[in-house]
Write a protein that binds this ligand. Structure first.
Ligand code: FMN
Length: 287
């Protein structure tokens, strides 16, 4: 919060960060505490993340935009943007027989590569008219039974799943030139399992679940702030109960496709599907 406010008032924070970055071991955006603030020495970002050597969200966005700007002004036409995918291949010989094991391997590699939000996945559903709808949700568990995410059971996606449980998931691990696509059916997990996860969440997230009537129209942000204050008063320091409108879904996979980018657009696509006796078989798809 602090960083955002200061940035709005003092436009040179980003320059300051870049200078600090260029100096080895200099801590960017240090707290101003104990440091004389001369008029030509701008105050630094005081947010906690900044003190850990990073910019806050607001500054990061502005910095990224500014750094990207020369690039974009040189090349504004997406048709000119192309890149060869050369990092790896995926062959029938190397692919693991069990798609969950193969997913685990790639997921671990996405973590090791420090991709941003490697557990973020696009969940696609269809509405009552058959029109598709997509949004990002976070994978919170997976095993041979399927892939679990948590959400509001009164949300748009939940209403769509209620009418048509067929969904797809997609992990865009672009830093590794990979994607994983999963098609299957979503089912609610048990209240016990939802509770277990809910209790593991930070208190702020638990309160957030109570505050937001996800996917409904609200007149302004203050509605949320007021509701949050109300919930804080209501629950005090006590345990926050699991809302009956919040919990997990498990996507039980019927098809899992692993996609690895290759040169000349001759990508590797291996699709796992279950045969009549529940065994997974692998087929190669044309890219
Ligand atoms: C990185 C990221 C992670 C998200 N994770 C979740 C999540 O785990 N659960 C969730 O309900 N919404 C999550 N959202 C918000 C959803 O994308 C979406 O806005 C919200 O669930 C409402 O979707 P709906 O109106 O289609 O139901 C996330 C969004 C982003 C960008």
């Amino acid at each position: 919060m602090r960083c955002i406010r200061i940035f709005a008032e003092q436009k040179w924070l980003i320059d300051d960060f870049e200078v600090a970055q260029a100096r080895p071991r200099a801590a960017p955006h240090q707290s101003g505490k104990g440091r004389a603030q001369s008029p030509d020495k701008p105050p630094r970002c005081l947010s906690e993340v900044a003190q850990a050597g990073h910019l806050c969200y607001e500054c990061t966005t502005r910095l990224a935009t500014r750094r990207a700007l020369p690039h974009f002004t040189r090349m504004t036409d997406p048709a000119d943007m192309r890149r060869e995918y050369t990092q790896a291949g995926l062959s029938e010989e190397n692919a693991l027989a069990d798609p969950i094991a193969q997913f685990r391997l790639w997921f671990e590699q996405a973590l090791a590569a420090q991709l941003v939000e490697p557990n973020a996945m696009t969940l696609s559903t269809v509405d009552a008219y058959g029109a598709p709808d997509s949004r990002t949700v976070l994978l919170k568990a997976y095993d041979e039974r399927g892939f679990v995410f948590f959400t509001n059971y009164h949300s748009a996606k939940a209403g769509q799943i209620e009418k048509n449980p067929r969904v797809s998931l997609q992990f865009p691990w672009l830093g590794l030139e990979r994607q994983v696509k999963i098609r299957g059916a979503a089912e609610k997990i048990s209240t016990k399992d939802s509770l277990k996860y809910f209790l593991s969440r930070p208190r702020g997230s638990q309160l957030g679940a109570w505050v937001s009537h996800q996917s409904t129209v609200i007149s302004n942000r203050s509605i949320l702030e007021m509701k949050l204050a109300e919930m804080k008063r209501k629950f005090g320091d006590g345990e926050i109960p699991l809302p009956d409108f919040w919990g997990g879904y498990r996507v039980v996979p019927a098809l899992i496709e692993f996609w690895q980018g290759r040169p000349s657009r001759l990508h590797d696509r291996l699709q796992y599907s279950q045969n009549d006796v529940g065994e997974w078989q692998i087929e190669r798809l044309a890219p």
